[in-house]
Design a protein around this ligand. Structure first.
Ligand code: TRP
Length: 334
């Protein structure tokens, strides 16, 4: 707890181009949670270097992502929006937690297995201990809740195990975090293969709508979305392409899938697909305009980066000092 509020922590990597799926599935929910919780939203740039990055590109993307958090509606005076790499406590706590995490546990992480298969030429130790850094992110702020996608649940479960293990040895040091699972319907699938999640690393750019796609591109991608030959707009698993478009339309307009189905009853795909395109544009265009405006205000963004790194450092240092004392590091002489 900080003051009256429970603490929420989440983070995103600045790699790849963010998609509509990232926005509707994560960022939009973050905004809706920001009144209820004391929120820390990090740009987790330290996680990004587990895969080889172009340095200038990473720096640029990190700044863009931080700006995007604000453009999406997260008030940086109320939410702590910061770069992970600006707060040294993440690395320091991660080291300590490494000594409380077993090789066997990390070996079981499916994301490690997937990523090492994909990057067979660079299976570095950081890729292996990635989940421990993530645990450090969360535990440093004594987070009560962590909004994560299903793909990160195993890492969160590990975080809970590490926290409990540490608490059993040293007393109540860490808050054991709970996952926050977003509302249903927010999982957006690829427009070209509705059995796959819409992904920023998809090889087929037509499968994903990127947050910075211009209106013509958005419209073209929606019109080309893979559907079926049923020719009826129904919300059912047998029509995964249409179901996904209904989800997208509903999330963008604030309607329920049932309301969307009712709205398009008796209409064809030729009418529905452009309507989906329009709905997406009506959400992304204002976001893009705000992003462009904020990007030009260098002094403002710089001030946010500085202030919030200081705030994050202050909060995290409290936890870090406690942990350092518990494990037996000598007190600092003041
Ligand atoms: N591993 C997460 C992802 O790739 C990003 C992340 C890093 C994160 N640290 C976190 C998410 C802490 C939630 C909490 O999506």
């Amino acid at each position: 707890m900080i003051g009256e509020k429970k603490v929420l922590f989440s983070g995103m990597q600045a790699t790849g181009n963010l998609t509509l799926g990232n926005y509707l599935g994560a960022l939009k929910n973050w905004v809706s949670l920001s009144d209820e919780y004391e929120c820390f939203y990090s740009v987790v740039d330290m996680h990004s270097i587990t895969i080889r990055q172009d340095p200038a590109e990473l720096r640029k993307r990190a700044r863009n992502l931080l700006t995007l958090y604000i453009a999406a509606g997260l008030d940086p005076k109320k939410n702590c929006i910061y770069y992970q790499s600006h707060v040294s406590g993440h690395a320091e706590l991660a080291w300590i937690l490494n000594c409380f995490t077993y090789m066997g546990e990390l070996n079981r992480m499916t994301q490690f297995k997937d990523k090492s298969a994909k990057h067979a030429d660079n299976i570095n130790a950081g890729l292996f201990t990635y989940p421990v850094l993530m645990a450090a992110d969360i535990l440093l702020y004594q987070a009560d809740v962590v909004p994560v996608g299903i793909d990160q649940m195993q890492h969160l479960e590990l975080t809970r195990n590490i926290a409990e293990r540490f608490n059993n040895l040293y007393g109540d040091v860490f808050t054991v975090p709970e996952p926050y699972i977003g509302k249903v319907g927010a999982k957006i699938m690829s427009l070209q293969d509705p059995s796959k999640k819409m992904s920023k690393s998809d090889e087929n750019p037509n499968g994903s709508i990127y947050l910075m796609d211009d209106p013509d591109t958005i419209m073209r991608k929606c019109k080309r979305a893979v559907t079926d030959s049923e020719a009826c707009i129904a919300y059912r698993d047998e029509q995964p392409g249409i179901k996904n478009l209904i989800d997208i339309y509903s999330a963008c307009t604030g309607k329920t899938p049932q309301e969307t189905v009712a709205e398009f009853a008796g209409k064809g795909y030729g009418e529905f697909k452009p309507a989906v395109g329009e709905a997406v544009i009506s959400v992304l265009k204002p976001l893009q305009d705000e992003f462009a405006r904020l990007s030009k205000d260098k002094a403002y963004i710089d001030s946010i980066i500085k202030e919030n790194a200081e705030k994050a450092s202050y909060v995290s240092t409290k936890t870090l000092r406690k942990v350092q004392r518990k494990v037996g590091f000598p007190d600092r002489i003041r």
